[in-house]
Design a protein around this ligand. Structure first.
Ligand SMILES: NC(=O)c1ccc[n+]([C@@H]2O[C@H](COP(=O)([O-])OP(=O)(O)OC[C@H]3O[C@@H](n4cnc5c(N)ncnc54)[C@H](OP(=O)(O)O)[C@@H]3O)[C@@H](O)[C@H]2O)c1
Length: 255
């Protein structure tokens, strides 16, 4: 048998946002790399659709839950651990996006975005890393942030604030969890072709989409480009990588 440091064989991985786009592809790719995956999303039928595309669907679980229902997360995590055994990794991928000028960012909008993009991810992470839930030999937590957490763009204040919060949170959480060998990193994609980017304002006409394409020297990303980066961070090959923000952007930030 050939040694593969990137293998996820036998690792129990939870992935949020697994009913669509990047999260769905992370689930498919992790299953191909040998992981046993638990899929989180709100829509059971879309989770089933993901399951069908995964390697050996019977090996995996799905959990239809709205992550903003904070009180349900502790029990849901405990139930998953009962079924799968302790957790080795988590990808916090669920998220929402917007393009809004500053004067349209009401306090209600800010609360909604921070709830979904930040609080849900930190709340789930807090439950997952509780000692009875997480592998005693350590593991890996990933937050899907965005290049918008590092640089700015017109109309991106709201989204950027939430993604920047994740990039910052990763640093302190990684320090706190390092003694337990739990590594914590962000992955920051540029524009990736998913339902989220297809619904964005810039996708409404070819001219503005071309402008976005031109900002990415390697072209727009595919969900697999982000999923492959996540495999590296979930695997033992990255055992010395923590507290970082891995940029996966086709050169967007290099310009
Ligand atoms: N696409 C891009 O260009 C891009 C670039 C940089 C970063 N990102 C980030 O990558 C992540 C995935 O984006 P995507 O493009 O794959 O988006 P997507 O196709 O719209 O998928 C979003 C996922 O988030 C889930 N979700 C949203 N709110 C939720 C909630 N309250 N509870 C549970 N699940 C919830 C959705 O599940 P439901 O089935 O329940 O709706 C869906 O599975 C996001 O964090 C996004 O900010 C995307």
């Amino acid at each position: 048998m050939i040694f593969n440091p990137f293998s996820l064989l036998g690792k129990n991985i939870i992935i949020t946002g697994a009913s669509s786009g990047i999260g769905r592809q992370c689930a498919i790719t992790c299953s191909m790399m040998g992981a046993n995956v638990t899929l989180f999303g709100r829509d059971q039928s879309r989770l089933e659709e993901t399951l069908k595309q995964m390697e050996e669907p019977v090996r995996h679980l799905s959990c239809a839950i709205d992550l903003t229902e904070y009180d349900k997360i502790e029990e849901a995590t405990r139930e998953i651990v009962k079924k799968t055994g302790r957790i080795n990794g988590l990808i916090n991928c669920a998220g929402i996006s917007s393009t809004l000028p500053l004067n349209a960012i009401s306090p209600q909008k800010m609360e909604q975005f921070f709830q979904t993009n930040v609080i849900c991810a930190i709340n789930l992470t807090r439950q997952v890393v509780k000692s009875p839930n997480f592998s005693e030999s350590g593991g890996s937590i990933i937050f899907i942030a965005s290049v918008m957490g590092v640089v700015g763009e017109n109309g991106k204040t709201l989204y950027s604030m939430t993604k920047g919060a994740l990039v910052s949170a990763v640093k302190s959480i990684s320090v706190e969890l390092a003694p337990r060998k739990i590594r914590v990193n962000a992955v920051s994609p540029g524009v990736v072709e998913t339902p989220m980017s297809e619904n964005a304002i810039y996708s409404r006409n070819e001219e503005s989409l071309n402008k976005i394409r031109a900002m990415h020297p390697l072209g727009l990303g595919q969900p697999a480009d982000v999923a492959n980066a996540c495999v590296v961070l979930l695997s033992d090959a990255s055992r010395w990588i923590t507290g970082t923000n891995m940029i996966v952007d086709g050169g967007y930030l290099a310009r």
